[in-house]
Design a protein around this ligand. Structure first.
Ligand code: BGC
Length: 823
């Protein structure tokens, strides 16, 4: 059928398939019955078309680092199935997920959106996720291929990575997703790889992906990430996104006519697009692109379960789980207590069905017998709190708010990120909007108004210009680098008085300078000061236990910018120190999208890392704190003692953040624990670390064979739950070559298994290894090779806690084939 359609298509029609129609859909060819399909972000939910921040509600699942911490592919596969259901509710056939870039620096703004520093853990979870999604007839899109480990100069930076490092670390999750999960789509990254844009990289997109690994799906560009006509098509980039065509369309037709692109290359790409449509069932039934909110009890339950399964208990001096009975007065403190920080920022955002804050979750979990006192203490948000309250939004043609409005809407959040304007009469590069709202402060005093805008904007309070995001506007760090740095101004407000807040926004017009988005975000807050800090300390002093919720928010952990450092922002470290000084039972609950330094660690009783676990945050927190559920998580990323212990943080700016448009991955394969363990740099918490509420004994570790053959072997370990609660133990299997012929990491993770056991129960963890698991990539012969000799197989509870050690032998050197599917 596909051949038949291709035969009947004109060149122009084939070409039309190779660019999107708009932001989220493909181009139909109605004459030949080729339907339009929709794609949607993203990893932790299916957002649908429309605004990044105010679309149709969707189920909000944990971010990828929280899934990385579950080490539980079965559960992640179930999430994939559920997300596919969400994609269907948004009329989408293709999900733009998972994100499998590697935690290289710990400062990547998208660290939260990626699973792990380890390629094997990343790959296993990505494979499970993709299998779940694709089992429901929805295509997954693994991204960003490849070398997108930072947001700095993200549209242009060249990641300079040697081939061994690429093959062993950065490409592995993609390789497995192709070979083991049959992923249907790949998204090229924004960056260049060794000087060439990945969207026009023939070696990456054709030699490796298609010829070696046998990929038969489509490659699409990241949004606005393709820049040429012939080069992208010839390299193997099938779909330019978003649409309408920028570098294709007529330009591509001309390139075919003048011989720069062969007609067969166009036909091949068009064939792949049609094959994708066929795979997602679009020819059987043209997709209904309409969107609705689907809030299912089983999704709620799964999200809650995943939240606890990814929760990593980093420290516990016997205080957790808290016994509800007799708990007495509980102080719930910190900037993340009443705010439900459920996800990261950027394109992974969705409009969650609801958000349970930790304070809500704790209130629900405890009976009225407990008195709960709340105090924020300080703030940790990067941008001023977004305005919340009803507002009128008027839209005008032209950029000066004149004439009568073309459309009038209401909104209740002061953030607008327009993909679709409310009327077809409005031109995205030539319109203006006026938002009118009222603000009634609860307290008198200085208030900060803040605004960041992609486009130009002014914010007025009672007719007075307060924030000027118009005159002297320049690009800054928000909205993927298309908006200015947040502009702030503080003014005195009186409690109970009604202030009119008006924001006048207009599009930038065509500047010819990079990507132009249309967005504005404005907010107001009363800054917290010494009195608020003191109130939190007094609240803690009066309580039997102080639960302290600190971390970051999705404006820090976000696409578009990297983090400035690994410290808790604002006055949070001071808050922890002060609370811990007055309350010996202080429990810190962290929410960050990556590692942080913890100078206060010795002063608190327990530390629980919750990441951004989705809409059920508060329930999952309460489940773990009160022991209804085990904290099932183990770190998917090393937490170094200090930033400079990370192998990319050498102080050499060419290695991070990059210089002159290049970032050199000079540490090679020594990423994360591969660096810490090989170089003897002791971490704060090692890779794979996490405590539970019960205890286990390990025994009887053995390998099914002493010789590694082509059929592989199995390592098994018996695990007994010797505590008095149900719980899970994670067995991590690392390989250490005893006589390496090249420089290799001290040990590398090659398999893992989680066992759930009742008190007194014994189970066996079985871990399967093949010869590729002993290998390294040899650049000279361009092959994975394992030299003959002895290898230790280390069964470990984490990278720094090896429980047993079995030595096996490889009798004769093993050399892999690029197309090997057993990997
Ligand atoms: C991101 C992608 C995302 C795309 C569409 C880009 O900014 O890098 O991950 O899928 O936008 O929203």
């Amino acid at each position: 059928m596909i051949d038949d359609i291709l035969d009947r298509m004109t060149l122009e029609e084939q070409v039309s398939l190779l660019s999107g129609a708009d932001f989220w859909t493909t181009v139909p060819v109605e004459r030949l019955g080729v339907p339009k399909i929709k794609v949607t972000d993203g990893p932790n939910g299916a957002r649908g078309a429309g605004s990044l921040v105010a679309g149709v509600n969707a189920a909000c699942f944990p971010v990828a680092i929280a899934l990385g911490a579950t080490w539980n592919p079965q559960l992640v596969e179930r999430m994939g199935v559920a997300i596919a259901g969400q994609a269907k509710s948004k009329g989408a056939s293709v999900l733009l997920a998972p994100t499998v870039n590697i935690h290289r620096s710990g400062l990547n703004g998208r660290n939260f959106e990626c699973y792990s520093e380890d390629p094997m853990l990343t790959a296993e979870l990505a494979v499970a996720y993709i299998q779940g999604v694709q089992s429901q007839g929805i295509a997954a899109t693994i991204k960003h291929f490849a070398g997108n480990e930072s947001e700095i100069e993200r549209q242009t930076m060249s990641s300079d990575i040697d081939e061994r490092t690429l093959r062993e670390i950065y490409l592995l999750p993609f390789e497995r997703a192709v070979k083991k999960a049959g992923v249907m789509a790949v998204m090229s990254s924004y960056n260049r790889l060794n000087g060439i844009y990945t969207s026009e990289h023939p070696w990456l997109l054709t030699t490796v992906l298609r010829e070696e690994w046998g990929f038969d799906g489509i490659v699409m560009s990241d949004w606005f990430g393709s820049h040429t006509t012939a080069a992208t098509v010839n390299a193997g980039l099938d779909l330019e996104m978003p649409g309408p065509a920028r570098d294709r369309g007529e330009k591509l037709v001309r390139a075919v006519r003048n011989g720069e692109v062969k007609p067969e290359a166009v036909r091949m790409a068009a064939r792949r697009i049609l094959t994708l449509l066929e795979r997602v069932g679009a020819f059987e039934k043209a997709p209904d692109l309409s969107e609705h909110a689907l809030d299912l009890p089983e999704d709620r339950a799964l999200i809650r379960q995943l939240g606890a399964e990814g929760a990593v208990l980093l420290k516990n001096d016997g205080i957790l789980p808290l016994q509800k009975a007799g708990l007495g007065h509980v102080a719930v403190i910190g900037p993340n207590a009443a705010e439900a920080r459920v996800m990261g920022g950027g394109s992974a955002q969705i409009a969650a069905h609801y958000r349970i804050s930790p304070l809500d979750g704790i209130r629900e979990a405890l009976s009225n017998a407990n008195s709960i006192q709340y105090a924020a203490g300080c703030r940790n948000n990067r941008l001023v709190n977004v305005f919340s309250g009803e507002m009128r939004v008027e839209y005008f043609t032209g950029r000066n708010w004149s004439g009568s409005p073309i459309a009038v809407e209401t909104a209740d959040v002061g953030e607008f990120f327009w993909f679709d304007l409310p009327s077809a009469e409005l031109d995205p590069s030539d319109f203006s909007a006026r938002m009118t709202a009222f603000y009634v402060p609860a307290e008198s005093g200085e208030h900060i108004f803040g605004m960041t805008n992609a486009g130009l904007a002014k914010l007025y309070v009672d007719g007075r210009l307060v924030v000027n995001g118009f005159d002297g506007w320049t690009r800054g760090d928000n909205y993927f680098g298309t908006a200015n740095v947040e502009q702030r101004q503080s003014i005195h407000l009186v409690a109970g008085q009604r202030y009119e807040v008006v924001v006048e926004y207009c599009a930038l017009g065509s500047t010819g300078e990079g990507i132009n988005l249309t967005a504005v975000r404005f907010g107001v807050e009363k800054p917290l000061g010494d009195a608020d800090m003191a109130e939190a300390v007094e609240t803690a002093r009066a309580a039997d236990v102080a639960l302290l919720f600190v971390g970051r928010d999705g404006q820090w952990d976000t696409e578009g910018l990297d983090l400035p450092n690994m410290r808790l922002p604002g006055r949070q470290e001071e808050l922890i120190e002060k609370v811990a000084a007055v309350n010996a039972n202080t429990v810190v609950v962290l929410q960050t999208g990556g590692p942080i330094e913890m100078p206060w660690l010795g002063r608190v009783k327990a530390v629980l890392q919750m990441w951004y676990p989705g809409q059920e945050l508060g329930h999952a927190v309460a489940d773990v704190l009160f022991g209804d559920v085990e904290p099932g998580g183990r770190l998917p990323q090393t937490f170094p003692k200090q930033l400079s212990d990370n192998s990319a943080m050498t102080g050499d700016e060419t290695v991070y953040p990059g210089r002159d448009g290049h970032v050199r991955y000079a540490e090679g394969v020594f990423v994360g624990y591969r660096h810490h363990d090989t170089r003897g740099v002791e971490p704060l918490f090692p890779f794979g670390f996490g405590l539970g509420y019960t205890r286990f004994s390990w025994s009887n570790a053995k390998a099914s064979a002493v010789q590694m053959g082509s059929e592989g072997l199995t390592v098994s370990v018996d695990i007994t739950n010797i505590g008095d609660r149900r719980g899970s133990e994670l067995v991590q299997l690392y390989v250490r070559p005893l006589a390496p012929t090249v420089e290799r990491p001290d040990k590398e993770l090659r398999a893992f298994a989680k066992v759930q056991l009742a008190p007194g129960e014994t189970g066996t963890a079985s871990l399967v290894l093949g010869p590729r698991d002993l290998s390294y990539f040899d650049e000279k012969t361009k092959a994975f090779r394992a030299s003959a000799g002895r290898y230790e197989l280390l069964a470990a509870a984490n990278a720094a806690d090896i429980r047993s050690n079995v030595t096996i032998e490889l009798a004769k050197e093993w050399i892999g084939e690029a197309s090997d599917r057993a990997i």
